[in-house]
Design a binder for this molecule. Structure first.
Ligand code: FAD
Length: 289
């Protein structure tokens, strides 16, 4: 929900943005992290690489190669474009997947949705093309605020979870445990698998990932189906159990998955409490990216 507020604020500021954009330069040396404060910046695409059947990894150059992006842990970038000469901008958030301390680059992993306005535009970009970004803070992460976080992601909703999990585990002062449940359509939709395996090996007992594949291939090592109450219980995420009393749940996925997890209101065709409520998680224990 925080994303929607941020997007609305950005729409309100779009006039200012249009003026700013004309003056923004991807090659200026700023001497400070460019996304340390709010503002729109146009960045040059350095490279673009297909990493599975529908997802590209794109690396954008920061204007000052000696500086990191300045994004805080659990931030996204709002992208702005006017594809095909549109009058109204297309605004969509994407979560950087590179280490936030890396200097000179931000990296995105963007899944292409057929007919999707922004993902189609981003997939069409060639090295040297530019894209406009503004930082949007998501969850304000405080180390050790919760003993355990349950991350539940669907499809490309994995990127905020990856950024946060890596940031938590990288910080020697943060002892938060993480259980990640990631629902995808097919085995081929999985990306970042090697990175997650590395984290599991490096942090046994602190990080565990459960893949749930709707239509698995023959011999797939993963659980079959959707993210259900049984799957979440099997991953040790029953909200009422003693060991999960301090567990906080983070959710990012397509709207139908979020509705199934968090429930629906009456005006959406009959109120449903949602799987997380059934598992014992109150709304104050759930955050949606
Ligand atoms: C905080 C946050 C971070 C995000 N980070 C990333 C990221 O790192 N990488 C990434 O690829 N995406 C990410 N997304 C999703 C991204 O913002 C866009 O929603 C997505 O790229 C689709 O935009 P579009 O303009 O291409 O599609 P649209 O033109 O908005 O929609 C076209 C069609 O695509 C389908 N569609 C759109 N969005 C979704 C979706 N989320 N799930 C399933 N079907 C959908 C629908 O059928 C829709 O009718 C993030 C979303 C949030 C809220």
């Amino acid at each position: 929900m925080s994303t929607q507020v941020a997007v609305a604020a950005a729409v309100a500021g779009i006039g200012v943005y249009a003026l700013y954009l004309r003056r923004s330069s991807a090659s200026a040396q700023t001497g400070k992290p460019i996304f340390g404060s709010f503002g729109f910046h146009s960045l040059k695409l350095h490279s673009s690489e297909l990493i599975n059947h529908n997802t590209k990894k794109l690396r954008f150059e920061l204007p000052d190669a000696s500086q990191p992006s300045g994004l805080s842990l659990s931030s996204a970038l709002l992208t702005v474009s006017f594809p095909n000469g549109r009058w109204l901008p297309v605004l969509r958030p994407y979560t950087p997947t590179n280490d936030l301390d890396e200097k000179g680059f931000v990296e995105l992993m963007v899944k292409h949705y057929p007919g999707g306005k922004q993902s189609t535009h981003i997939h069409s970009l060639k090295p040297g093309d530019t894209l406009t970004f503004a930082p949007i803070p998501e969850l304000k992460w405080s180390p050790n605020k919760y003993p355990h976080v349950a991350m539940i992601a669907g499809g490309a909703g994995i990127t905020p979870m990856y950024q946060l999990a890596r940031g938590i585990l990288k910080n020697p002062d943060d002892q938060t445990r993480i259980t990640l449940v990631w629902g995808v359509n097919t085995d081929e939709d999985i990306f970042l698998g090697d990175e997650f395996s590395e984290l599991e090996k490096k942090f046994p007992g602190r990080f565990k990932v459960h893949y749930v594949v709707a239509t698995p291939k023959a011999g797939s090592p993963h659980q079959k189906g959707f993210v259900t109450k049984q799957i979440l219980e099997g991953a040790g995420l029953s909200g009422s159990s003693e060991k999960n009393q301090g567990t906080h749940v983070l959710v990012c996925g397509p709207p139908p998955m979020e509705a199934a997890l968090k429930g629906t209101k009456k005006f959406l065709g009959g109120a449903q409490p949602g799987l997380l409520a059934e598992l014992g998680y109150g709304k104050d224990r759930i955050f949606s990216f």
